[in-house]
Design a protein around this ligand. Sequence first.
Ligand SMILES: [Zn+2]
Length: 484
Amino acid sequence: MIAYSSPAPVGGILHERALLEYESARILLQNGVPSTLPFMVIQYGDKYQFNGKRMGVVVNLSPERDSIRLSCIQYGKAVHRGIDAEADAYFDKIRTSLGVKGKPELETTRLQTINLLARKIGKLIHDFSAAGLYRYSSEWSNFEYDFKTEEVFLTDLDSTLQLKDIPAALRPLQVLRDLGTAVYRLVVKFGFPSVLDDYTLTNLLRFDPLTELLVGYFPNAPYDEVEAISKRLWQCFTPYWFLLKKHKEAIWTDWSRSRRQSYKMDHDLFYILTITLVFPLFKDSSLFQLYPSTLTIDDMLQKAKNYLGERYEYFLYLLNEGKMPHQQSVEKGYELTQFHKKGEGVIATKPFKKGQIVMVGKFVKISGGNHSHAAQIAKNVWAIHEGLTHKVNHSCEPNIGIHVNETGAHDFIAMKDIAKGDEIVIDYALRNYQVEHFPGECRCGSTQCRVKITGWKDLPINKKEEYYPWAATYLLELEKEASH
Ligand SMILES: [Zn+2]
């Protein structure tokens, strides 16, 4: 078939690059991945050279007469109805093809359409990687729609390369990067200057095209896991988006491109966040079998740390949905449990020898006043410790003592051997000089029970002697002070 086009100014790219694009299109065709079809490569004569290299052109075929890109629906001419008849007609045609009802001028109609396209694009990027290719610039201006097959297809393959040409260890990372690109491009374009008025957070989160894209890519992943990932990514984007929205008038009229870009989301942070969040899903996917890797999530975090530097702290904050991450020790030897009568408590899930550290103390917060979860760490200073230390119940016959560590926080040390399944208990007198928050009677059940839970100050002398090596050191200092 001979393709004619109207006369156009001479254009071209490096001949070798034209060959590359042709080859990529051929590989996609071979693998049944929708894309422009490879037709021919032309090498220009000697006269046309760039940096001493011959130039040329690649001719790929499209199933559609008009080359209209999907970007026109998300952030282009079809967003504002009545401005461009051709774009409006294209949007109508796509909606009909996808079966989307609803008034075309409504945000919700547009988002329904975007959702269906996003799911197809997710699958397409997956299939692109499965075909052995990497590096696709998955901006929606590089996707078109084939009305006959009702599929999105790839165009502009001139930067695409083959995975077989890079070391095996890098392949899964390049594959993940292509997914990261697709996710980033989709999100960031909701902040395109001309559409800052056209989307609301409520509807974006309700329709959530990001989840659709990820479901298209990971069709077998649990939906709620995908949704949870998407939620964190929106949390990363939203503050920047609202900053742009706040300045939307000025952005469109007065702002330079560089000023506009300075308000844009930190894209490497977003990429790394995406790649880290989807990594567990990726490990379960068929792509991981094609491109296996020995990388663990800890390796990914280490890479993120190296790359992001001081932004790593913010990255962790986003990763943990707005909570600062707890130190997660894999070999944690205790867990929270629910007792039949007395409520919650902590039990040992492995045995501990006398003197062993059971919980490492880490501060969450330092406070100038006492409250029921706080542990006293100095005369007028109380602290909230991370983790489960505040869930450890009191007993007048404890198996845990205190060691003040180098950060000033309380490590919990086994005062005696602890068996697996034992409740971990501490005497509050080991860390509080005075106990004011336990008005009721002690029900620890020990034969040594003092009945009233007291602080160090009110312990009988024989108990103090028994407790000396296990008590927080400042208690002894306070006692010295008091006796002067
Ligand atoms: Zn007691």
